[in-house]
Design a protein around this ligand. Structure first.
Ligand SMILES: Cc1ncc(COP(=O)(O)O)c(C=O)c1O
Length: 379
């Protein structure tokens, strides 16, 4: 992967620096109205903690309110540690933490692709990516789900009209449990000098030897320069992140409105996420268990065969079709003691309503056996 692809971002950052308009995250220890830094006591007049309540929470080990945007004074040493942890796990130069996964996805897509660029977006991408593409000044073409032939045809005819091309995809599609064809996407990106941006929301913590996601599991980490994730799913906290080359992260810090103009992630969520990333390494049995359970549920429900990696994904859709039927089945399962949500349009296309089973390492064998029995009883 050549960093020269991001030369235009580096140039833009240099220009901001020349104008004295460059921004950076300033680590503060700790968040509060008064703190010590380099031997001095500093009284903080940058926080939005108007009633002093966030400061009071600091007496607890994990306080909630961060008080301000990450660029004002909401970026604590906890945030810095979390960003370092993520960059290490993702094997990237840098990472930055967002208040939510939605903000990370929408902000990244609204910021990196610019006027004169083209975005190619899978039709089943998450709403946060769709909204980010809508906000971007780049042109956007939505391609049929996982259809790399169409993608190749679009690029054959359109590539020369655009400065940069950004191919964006969920790595694991949230309503289907499908995996994006990441190898083919990377090949196409290399053929047409495009960038791949992957949202690992449902894969972080679940897939890959170290739990960093589908890019790791499919060995394409070094070919996907920008990876987005959420801390709200397998990591069990809240918040989102972007990991990538230093220049990309610095550009987001300077230009990404969902990062700059939103209060930073809660310190409590930040600390919880750091602990979860530590557990990811010390307890690999958790992801072994959830992926084994996912395979078992698919097998027990006699679902159509999928690839080895796809079978390991803990999102298992049971296709129903009609909306009413999906809600009835969900209601019948609830009466038997199992909550399996019905997913209906507009979240999924018309006529594809479904039950969406999400398995967890925290489910016992008895719980899973009971669910299978209940499903077989109602369907
Ligand atoms: C694929 C995908 N991306 C992004 C998000 C947004 O993450 P968060 O809930 O942390 O805002 C979600 C959440 O549902 C998701 O499924």
């Amino acid at each position: 992967m050549s960093l020269s692809k991001f030369d235009h971002l580096a140039k833009s950052l240099d220009e901001l620096g020349r104008l004295g308009r460059d921004r950076r995250l300033v680590t503060r220890i700790p968040n509060g109205l008064q703190f010590r830094q380099d031997g001095h006591t500093i009284v903080n007049f940058g926080s939005n903690d108007y009633l002093g309540l966030a400061q009071r929470q600091q007496q607890r080990s994990a306080y909630v309110g961060s008080g301000a945007s990450a660029l004002v004074c909401g970026w604590t040493d906890h945030h810095e540690r979390l960003a370092d942890t993520i960059a290490r796990l993702e094997s990237t130069e840098a990472a930055v933490v967002f208040p939510s996964g939605f903000a990370a996805c929408s902000g990244t897509m609204a910021t990196l692709p610019q006027a004169g660029d083209l975005i190619l977006s899978d039709e089943l991408n998450h709403a946060s990516i769709i909204d980010g593409c809508r906000l971007s000044r780049a042109d956007c073409i939505v391609y049929p789900h996982r259809d790399t032939n169409t993608l190749q045809n679009i690029l054959s005819t359109q590539r020369s009209k655009y400065v940069h091309v950004w191919m964006v995809t969920d790595s694991v599609f949230s309503m289907d449990g499908h995996i994006a064809p990441l190898h083919d996407l990377c090949d196409i990106a290399e053929q047409f000098d495009a960038n791949v941006v992957v949202d690992e929301a449902h894969a972080t913590g679940v897939l890959g030897e170290h739990g960093s996601g589908a890019c790791e599991a499919l060995d394409v980490k070094s070919r996907v320069p920008v990876r987005i994730g959420t801390l709200s799913k397998a990591i069990g906290s809240q918040g989102g992140f972007v990991a990538g080359p230093r220049v990309v992260i610095d550009y987001l810090i300077n230009r990404c409105r969902t990062l700059i103009f939103s209060t930073s992630l809660s310190p409590a969520a930040t600390i919880a996420a750091i602990e979860s990333f530590e557990r990811l390494q010390s307890e690999p049995e958790l992801r072994n268990r959830v992926t084994a359970l996912a395979k078992e549920v698919r097998l027990q429900l006699s679902l159509p065969p999928v690839s080895e990696l796809e079978a390991a994904i803990p999102i298992i859709p049971l296709m129903v079709g009609a909306e009413r039927k999906a809600t009835e089945l969900s209601g019948a399962l609830l009466k038997l003691g199992y909550y399996v949500p019905a997913i209906r349009p507009p979240t999924v296309p018309d006529g594809t309503s479904r039950l969406r089973i999400s398995v967890s390492a925290g489910h016992s064998d008895e719980m899973v056996d009971g669910l299978i029995e209940a499903i077989n009883q109602v369907r």
